[in-house]
Design a protein around this ligand. Structure first.
Ligand code: SF4
Ligand code: SF4
Length: 160
């Protein structure tokens, strides 16, 4: 699944230009292993790519069934990629992941009700936002979902 839909965003460009491989690896590991516990890895490992959640997602439906926009496709291009590459993703890939988590999923969580395994893609995308926030590539005010604002706007904002 190639990423061929990059949008231009000056702020995001500026944010990723400051990243180093070490910072990316350490931050992703901290969130996935330190904050999420086993949950994120479990979701990524148990998805069987059955596609039952696809038509629950309005992004998928409004892009004529493009699998890149399906819930499982979005997980494959973000969390799945991070785990497949053992946290060694590039700054360009962080850019792509931020685009997916912020502009191709609104965290509505409709898809979780269609998944026989209860995989919560909205939660996964919120954690991808969390990683982008901790990497400092997105504005603090955009770092979380309205339902969880305090979780994502906590002290590490002050570390910028
Ligand atoms: S319905 Fe669940 S198991 Fe099937 S593709 Fe979607 S997230 Fe994966
Ligand atoms: S949570 Fe995201 S992936 Fe799931 S249905 Fe809503 S917009 Fe689509």
């Amino acid at each position: 699944m190639t990423f061929d839909r990059k949008i231009e965003d000056a702020g995001l460009e500026r944010g990723v230009s400051r990243l180093t491989p070490e910072r990316i690896e350490n931050t992703l590991k901290q969130v996935i292993e330190g904050e999420a516990g086993a949950k994120l890895k479990l979701y990524a490992e148990t998805c069987m790519r059955c596609g039952m959640c696809s038509e629950a997602c309005h992004y998928y439906m409004s892009h004529e069934g493009d699998p890149s926009y399906s819930p499982a496709g979005k997980v494959h291009q973000t969390l799945g990629k991070i785990l497949r590459k053992n946290y060694k993703v590039t700054a360009d890939e962080i850019y792509e992941m931020a685009q997916i988590a912020y502009t191709e999923c609104n965290l509505c969580r409709r898809c979780v009700h269609f998944c026989p395994l209860g995989i919560d893609t909205g939660y996964i995308m919120s954690m991808v936002r969390r990683m982008c926030h901790k990497l400092g590539v997105t504005p603090p005010v955009h770092s979380g979902h309205r339902s969880f604002p305090f979780r994502y706007l906590q002290p590490d904002v002050a570390q910028r």
